[in-house]
Ligand binder design. Structure first.
Ligand code: XMP
Ligand code: MG
Length: 194
């Protein structure tokens, strides 16, 4: 990885170890998932619930690729745990602005790792009695497959390494990378650039 990458601030380019999923691959996959969502929800209106902040890029691209009429809501949750792993204890930082009762809800997630955050979130949202509740996650790590949560739409199954880009951060940086990749050991050791 050199120090110049299209769409990447030179200061960040040297921190990328390996590009796991390119911008083109992400765009194509979101298009494919959008077509599936359109087919599944034909004739209905969808409420997309994005989980801040990581899902903003997926939300922006998915919502514009859909033909289904959509409205958007956002929720912010924090899972107590270290910077790179979650504990399953979740706190709502920002709740939905309106009721989802009777709505067809699609939760839009960046990445599912242990699945603990999502399983808490689904239980919470289900208690608000939506007409339906499904999940779209752009990335999924191996551990998530072993957890008993039903994710209807998955973009990519990736290795369990910590990744950044396309919404995903390390210490709030790297979200704007157009691709998803790993960090170099040096960048990880340097710690989050807060
Ligand atoms: P769990 O383990 O509860 O975690 O499924 C899901 C949340 O943890 C964050 N996460 C990551 N963030 N790179 C990141 O930037 C990663 O590789 C990564 N793995 C998990 C993310 O916020 C996700 O919603
Ligand atoms: Mg994060």
């Amino acid at each position: 990885t050199g120090t110049t990458m299209p769409g990447v601030a030179p200061a960040l380019a040297g921190d990328i170890g390996e590009v796991l999923v390119s911008a083109d691959e992400i765009a194509r996959r979101i298009g494919t998932l959008a077509a599936r969502v359109d087919a599944d929800y034909a004739g209905r209106e969808l409420l997309l619930v994005g989980v801040l902040k990581g899902a903003v890029m997926v939300m922006a691209d998915l919502s514009r690729a859909l033909r289904t009429p959509v409205t958007m809501e956002f929720m912010a949750v924090s899972s107590y745990g270290s910077a790179t792993s979650s504990s399953g204890v979740v706190r709502i930082l920002k709740d939905l602005d309106r009721s989802i009762e009777g709505r067809d809800v699609l939760v839009v997630e960046d990445i599912i790792d242990s699945g603990l955050t999502l399983s808490w979130l689904l239980k919470n949202l289900r208690s608000r009695q939506p007409a339906s509740l499904e999940v779209l996650a752009l990335f999924r790590k191996p551990e998530a497959i072993t957890v008993d949560i039903d994710v209807r739409y998955v973009g990519f199954d990736i290795p369990s390494a910590f990744v950044v880009g396309f919404g995903l951060d390390y210490g709030e940086h790297y979200r704007t990378l157009p691709f998803v990749g790993t960090l170099t050991p040096e960048a990880i050791a340097r710690g989050p650039r807060v």
